[in-house]
Design a binder for this molecule. Structure first.
Ligand SMILES: Nc1ncnc2c1ncn2[C@@H]1O[C@H](COP(=O)(O)OP(=O)(O)OP(=O)(O)O)[C@@H](O)[C@H]1O
Ligand SMILES: CC(C)(CO)[C@@H](O)C(=O)NCCC(=O)O
Ligand SMILES: [K+]
Length: 259
């Protein structure tokens, strides 16, 4: 079985793939100081809770935080005797080479999103991924990642307002009833919710105009469903897109003998 690990700037997600489906998905906060032993304690507690008896033979990692990879490598080696495949490292093959400016280190989560979007939909896709950042990943006709957009994430924007303005509280994102807020919390929620709705509509329209061919728009990440309920922003919402990309990248490397 394959253990796929998606390490974001905020959260780290582990999923176990048995070749057909994900048996479970476990989430923890991202901390570079978390040790291999701490990962294993947390991991075994949860899989016991779910009654799963995995036989981990392979590990694939995508990490947007380079420092956490060391402890995850030790975790894979010590407890499963596995040398993990790390997306973005030169030894990890990709089905299509990204077409970006020389020297650009594309986020491994974006590479996985592109591979997954091509596998499921063919090319000509925009992925909108709501994580720490809100990023748009453009996938060409042949499946190559060809660039995109990075905007501050929704929770980061809410936090920045609270940090930067003495009279503004921390609020949780939700869809406000009205655009014109009649109290401070409603005003902030309106600004961020309708601001992001406009950002998604505006940026996808501009990407499509610049790209010049019909494109599908796929939403992923924790907040995609919240934004989808207000407007018709996405052709589909796929929670497991990044994880699916990791399984496809892993299979591709197996087939091509690089692991
Ligand atoms: N209504 C909501 N309000 C606030 N946060 C929400 C809501 N719904 C989902 N979330 C958050 O979305 C997050 C899951 O999103 P996702 O895993 O895509 O990104 P992340 O973990 O925040 O970012 P990264 O992948 O960059 O670490 C969870 O942390 C969850 O708290
Ligand atoms: C944009 C984020 C933060 C999204 O997780 C990540 O993919 C990243 O750190 N990317 C590196 C820069 C780039 O993708 O161009
Ligand atoms: K993510």
């Amino acid at each position: 079985m394959l253990l796929a690990i998606d390490c974001g700037n905020t959260n780290t997600v582990f999923s176990i793939w048995d070749g057909k489906s994900f048996l479970c998905t476990l989430r923890t906060s991202t901390h570079h100081a978390r040790t291999a032993d701490a990962y294993f304690t947390w991991f075994t507690t949860l899989i016991n809770h779910y009654g799963i008896e995995p036989n981990i033979t392979d590990v694939v990692i995508a990490s947007t935080v380079p420092r956490v990879v060391w402890n995850l490598r030790v975790f894979a080696d010590r407890f499963f005797g596995v040398r993990p495949l790390v997306v973005g490292k030169p030894e990890c093959l990709l089905p299509q080479t990204p077409r970006v400016d020389p020297g650009t280190q594309v986020g491994p989560d974006r590479l996985a999103n592109a591979v997954a979007a091509f596998d499921r939909h063919g090319g000509d896709v925009v992925v909108v991924d709501f994580g720490t950042a809100t990023n748009f990943d453009v996938v060409a006709e042949d499946g190559a990642y060809v660039g995109g957009v990075i905007a501050p994430g929704v929770n980061l924007s809410l936090e920045a307002l609270h940090m930067g303005a003495a009279a503004l509280p921390h609020v949780d994102i939700t869809q406000p009833e009205r655009v014109i807020g009649t109290n401070t919390v409603a005003c902030i929620q309106s600004g961020v919710f309708w601001g992001y709705t406009g950002l998604i509509e505006g940026i996808t329209a501009r990407i499509k105009a610049e790209y010049g061919r019909p494109m599908k728009v796929i939403g992923t990440g924790g907040l995609a469903p919240l934004f989808a309920q207000a407007e018709d922003l996405f052709d589909s919402i796929e929670d497991d897109l990044t994880m699916h990309g990791l399984t496809v990248i892993h299979a591709y490397n197996k087939e091509n003998g690089s692991i």
